[in-house]
Design a protein around this ligand. Structure first.
Ligand SMILES: Nc1ncnc2c1ncn2[C@@H]1O[C@H](COP(=O)(O)OP(=O)(O)OP(=O)(O)O)[C@@H](O)[C@H]1O
Length: 252
């Protein structure tokens, strides 16, 4: 078996005097599509930030692509939960996505044809070609979410980390984000943080329930009801979304 893409052992993170992650042991392998669910404040974003090397463990270990977190920025795409920016800043969608190529550049190296072709490709893939010249500040929540996914994909990542990418999108757009992830999973390892338990448990290979400690379920689709109740400390129903029926199957 190949080395894991992410391997953590007894990972502890303490922030502001509080243990946010307690003794996480986790192995993520190439081609995995891992869903992470858990209550607000359970440590999901902190775990992603640890993988990116933005938060340091207080004890235990974490290795990413066999090395120190943060040592392979060009191999990881990150879709943050939200983007803080000045809505008046003159940046269009294509410009935002082009920034995703930065991790592949050497210091002061200029963007070239390959970068612009990659931007065209990911704008097409994410359905944003028609609004490539629209100002980022004018985008709807769902369009911005897609643009952030496109930016992450522009770097040609081997590992894609997504922090609640469907938080501010309508049901239609949500399905199209999941459909996009279904396409991408053939090409990269994916770790997806979401509160949309029903949708992700049907799609991922494994679900990790995170509330300071981590409980891994090998088969996402069979996530036991009791595990969710324990995780959220109240009764939880996973709402399973149905695939939209394609026009040629209607009336079957
Ligand atoms: N820099 C920090 N200093 C102190 N506490 C922090 C810091 N960053 C995060 N925390 C705390 O750590 C806990 C976990 O935060 P985190 O953002 O990882 O949770 P989450 O599971 O992603 O939550 P949500 O579902 O609400 O996005 C929270 O209680 C948060 O307040």
């Amino acid at each position: 078996m190949k080395d894991p893409v992410i391997a953590s052992e007894g990972l502890m993170v303490r922030l502001g005097g509080v243990d946010v992650l307690k003794g996480l042991s986790l192995s993520v392998y190439e081609g995995d599509f891992i869903g992470i669910v858990g209550p607000n404040g359970g440590g999901k974003t902190t775990l992603l930030r640890c993988i990116l090397g933005l938060v340091r463990p207080s004890s235990g270990s974490i290795r990413v692509f066999g090395g120190r977190p943060g040592a392979s920025p060009g191999r990881i795409g990150y879709v943050p939960q939200r983007l803080f920016f000045d809505r008046d800043f003159p940046l269009d969608v294509a410009g935002l996505v082009l920034m995703g190529r930065l991790s592949r550049k050497r210091l002061l190296e200029r963007y070239g044809t390959a970068d612009r072709l990659k931007v065209d490709e990911v704008l097409e893939l994410t359905g944003l070609s028609a609004i490539r010249r629209r100002a980022v500040g004018a985008l709807s929540g769902g369009e911005l979410q897609r643009a952030l996914i496109a930016r992450a994909l522009a770097g040609d990542p081997e590992l894609l980390l997504l922090d609640e990418p469907t938080a501010s999108v309508d049901p239609d757009m949500k399905m199209s984000v999941y459909d996009l992830l279904d396409q991408l999973r053939r090409r990269m390892t994916i770790m997806l943080v979401s509160h949309d338990i029903g949708a992700i448990s049907r799609r991922v290979t494994r679900v990790a329930c995170l509330n300071c400690t981590l409980d891994m379920h090998e088969d996402g689709s069979s996530l036991p009801r009791g595990a969710l109740d324990d995780l959220y400390c109240y009764p939880v129903d996973a709402i399973h979304h149905h695939e939209p029926v394609s026009p040629d199957r209607r009336g079957d």
